[in-house]
Design a protein around this ligand. Structure first.
Ligand code: ADP
Length: 529
C-alpha cells in the first residue's frame, strides 16, 4: 500500500533527522560552552592585565641610577614621588637604605624623615637585615598581600636601597576595582567576582564568594621587577561566577530547549503523517463503499425494472383477455414501482441531507400518531412476511418539536430493517414508546428477534452506503443509506440513536428525542383534550 510506504519513509526520515539533530545540538552546545568559557576567560584576562598595569606603574617611583648620581638618593626619590599622580593607591611608601651594616627607613612623602618600622612590616625588615650580610636574590615580599619592595642595585651589584610600597587595600577595593570593572563590563556585569590572597584565601580583598566552583579564574597583583613574569605570578586570585548560573547549566538549558523544540517538531511531523494516513485510508474506504453503492443500486434497480418489463410484455399478450391476470400483473407492476420509488426517494433524501435539508420545519408533533401511521402503512409488508407486530405506547407521551414526514421516514426505515433482517428467527417486530420520569424526553424502541448485528459491524451500520456482510451475502435488497438517514434525522432533532444487539438474539434500535418546551405541552393538551 503506497500510503503506508510513504508514512514509513517519512517516519524513517524523521528518525534519521532526529538523530542527526540530536548530535548536531550536542556539538553546538559543546561549541557554545567553549565559546562562553573562552569569552569569560578573555574578559577576566583583560581585567587582570589592566590591574597589573596599574600596579606596575608603581615601579616608576624608583629613580634611574643617573638621577641618583646627579640628585642624590633623597632628592631623586622625593622628586619621583612628587610627580607621581596615583598617590591614593599607596597607603605607605618608604625607602630602606643600607648604611654600612644598618638599615635606615625613610618615609616617602614630602619629608623623607626617618621612620620607625611599622609592626606589620616586621617580616620584611627581618629579611632585609638578613639580606645585608648575604647576597641572596629574589623578592622578599611575595608572601605579603599588599607590600612590594623594589630594589635598586649599585655598581657593585649589591642592593643599595629598597623602595617599599604598601598599596591601599581600601582604595583598591572601593575605588580602583569598581572603576576597572565598570570600564570593562559596564554597570551590570554578567558575573560576580571575588579576589582573595593566594597564600591565605581567608583574606578577602574584594567581593563575596559563592559555594560552587568558579566559572573562570585569573591572577592579579603580578609584580614586575624588570624581567618577564613567572609562570604563576600574581599574589591575588580572582574568581568569577556567572550570575546566570554555572556555564554548564546555561548551556544545558539551551540544549534542552533546543531538544524540546526539535522533539515537538518531530512529533508534529509524525502526527501529520499519521493523520495523512488516516485520511487516505478513509478516502480509500469511502471510494470503496461508493463503488459498492453504485454496483448495489444498479442491481437494486435492475430487479424491479425487469419484473416490470416482463409484466408489461405479458399484459400486451394473451393475458390481456383475462381480467384476473391483468389485475395480478397490474398489482405486480405497482409493487415494483413502489420499490423503485422507495429506492429513488432514499437516494434523493440522502442527497438532500448532504445539502443540509435533512428536515424541513419543526412543529409540535405527537410520536404516537406517527408510529401508528407508520405501522399502518407497513401493514402489507408485515402481512407478506407473516410477521406479528407488537406496539406498546405509553399514554400521554410528551409532545416533541419535529418534522412529521422525516420522523415517519425514520420509523418506516427501522420497521423495514426489522422485517428485512430480523424475521428469520421469529416473525416478530416490537415498537415501544415511552417517556422518562421527568418527561424531558421520549424514547422509541424498534426491536426484532432476528440474527442481530455482529459486534464489529455495530459501529459502522450508521455510515452512509454501509451494508452488513450477511445482508450482501443473502442478497437482501438495500442501499446502505437507511440507517444513515435515520441517524441524521434524529440528530437534527437533537436526539440520539443507538443499537443494542446481542448477536443471535435480535436487534433493538433506541431513539431518544427531547420533549418540547412546557408551553407546547399545555397547548397540545388543550387542542387534543
Ligand atoms: P440497508 O438496509 O439498505 O442495507 P441500512 O443503513 O438500513 O441499509 O442498514 C445497514 C446495515 O445494518 C444493513 O445492511 C444490515 O447489515 C444492518 N442492519 C440494519 N438493521 C438490522 C437489523 N434489524 N438486524 C440486523 N441487521 C441490521
Amino acid at each position: 500500500m503506497p500510503a503506508l510506504a510513504f508514512v514509513c519513509a517519512v517516519a524513517i526520515l524523521c528518525l534519521v533527522l532526529a538523530i542527526l539533530q540530536y548530535r548536531w545540538i550536542a556539538t553546538v552546545s559543546e561549541a557554545e560552552r567553549d565559546r562562553l568559557r573562552a569569552d569569560l576567560d578573555r574578559q577576566i584576562k583583560l581585567l587582570t592585565d589592566e590591574f597589573n598595569t596599574r600596579l606596575n606603574a608603581l615601579r616608576g617611583l624608583v629613580p634611574q641610577p643617573s638621577e641618583i648620581d646627579s640628585l642624590g638618593v633623597e632628592t631623586a626619590y622625593l622628586r619621583r614621588w612628587q610627580r607621581f599622580d596615583k598617590k591614593s593607591f599607596v597607603k605607605r611608601a618608604a625607602v630602606a637604605i643600607r648604611v654600612d651594616d644598618r638599615l635606615e627607613l625613610h618615609r616617602l612623602d614630602s619629608s623623607f624623615k626617618l621612620f620607625d618600622w611599622p609592626e606589620d612590616w616586621s617580616d620584611l625588615r627581618e629579611q632585609m637585615i638578613a639580606r645585608l650580610s648575604d647576597r641572596g636574590g629574589g623578592s622578599m615580599t611575595e608572601n605579603e598581600p599588599s607590600l612590594i619592595e623594589y630594589p635598586r642595585f649599585g655598581k657593585d651589584g649589591r642592593e643599595h636601597e629598597w623602595l617599599v610600597i604598601e598599596i591601599s587595600i581600601e582604595y583598591t577595593r572601593n575605588v580602583l576595582l569598581p572603576e576597572l570593572i565598570r570600564q570593562r563590563f559596564g554597570s551590570a556585569p554578567e558575573f560576580d567576582l571575588q579576589i582573595v590572597f593566594e597564600k591565605g584565601p581567608s583574606l578577602v580583598l574584594f567581593g563575596a564568594g559563592r559555594d560552587r566552583m568558579p566559572d573562570a579564574s585569573g591572577r592579579l597583583f603580578e609584580v614586575q621587577y624588570g624581567g618577564p613574569p613567572g609562570p604563576h605570578a600574581g599574589r591575588w586570585v580572582l574568581n568569577a561566577w556567572r550570575t546566570a548560573g554555572p556555564l554548564d547549566d546555561v548551556v544545558n538549558r539551551a540544549k534542552y530547549l533546543n531538544l524540546t523544540v526539535s522533539t515537538t517538531i518531530f512529533l508534529m511531523i509524525s502526527a501529520a503523517a499519521w493523520a495523512l494516513l488516516q485520511y487516505t485510508r478513509k478516502a480509500y474506504r469511502l471510494a470503496d463503499v461508493q463503488m459498492n453503492f453504485v454496483a448495489g443500486i444498479s442491481h437494486e434497480l435492475r430487479t424491479p425494472l425487469s419484473v416490470i418489463a416482463t409484466a408489461a410484455y405479458n399484459l400486451r399478450g394473451r393475458v390481456a383477455q383475462n381480467p384476473a391476470q391483468v389485475e395480478k400483473y397490474g398489482a405486480l407492476i405497482q409493487d415494483e414501482a413502489d420499490k423503485l420509488t422507495g429506492i429513488v426517494e432514499q437516494v434523493l433524501l440522502y442527497a438532500g441531507s448532504k445539502a443540509g435539508h435533512v428536515i424541513r420545519q419543526r412543529e409540535p408533533v405527537l410520536l404516537d400518531a406517527i408510529i401508528a401511521e407508520s405501522v399502518q402503512s407497513s401493514r402489507t409488508l408485515f402481512d407478506k412476511a407473516n410477521c406479528v407486530v407488537e406496539t406498546r405506547i405509553e399514554d400521554h407521551l410528551p409532545v416533541i418539536l419535529g418534522d412529521a414526514m422525516a420522523l415517519r421516514q425514520v420509523i418506516k426505515n427501522l420497521i423495514n430493517n426489522a422485517v428485512k433482517y430480523g424475521t428469520e428467527g421469529g416473525n416478530w417486530v416490537g415498537i415501544f414508546a415511552s417517556s422518562n420520569e421527568d418527561r424531558s424526553q421520549v424514547e422509541v424502541r424498534v426491536a426484532d428477534r432476528g440474527p442481530g448485528i455482529p459486534l464489529q459491524e455495530q459501529e459502522h451500520i450508521f455510515d452512509a452506503f454501509y451494508r452488513g456482510r450477511q445482508a450482501i451475502a443473502d442478497q437482501i435488497h438495500g442501499t446502505g443509506l437507511g440507517l444513515n438517514l435515520v441517524k441524521q434525522i434524529i440528530e437534527a432533532h437533537e436526539g440520539t440513536i443507538s443499537v443494542r444487539s446481542d448477536p443471535g438474539h435480535g436487534a433493538e434500535f433506541v431513539i431518544r428525542i427531547p420533549a418540547a418546551a412546557p408551553q407546547y405541552q399545555d397547548e397540545f393538551s388543550h387542542t387534543f383534550g
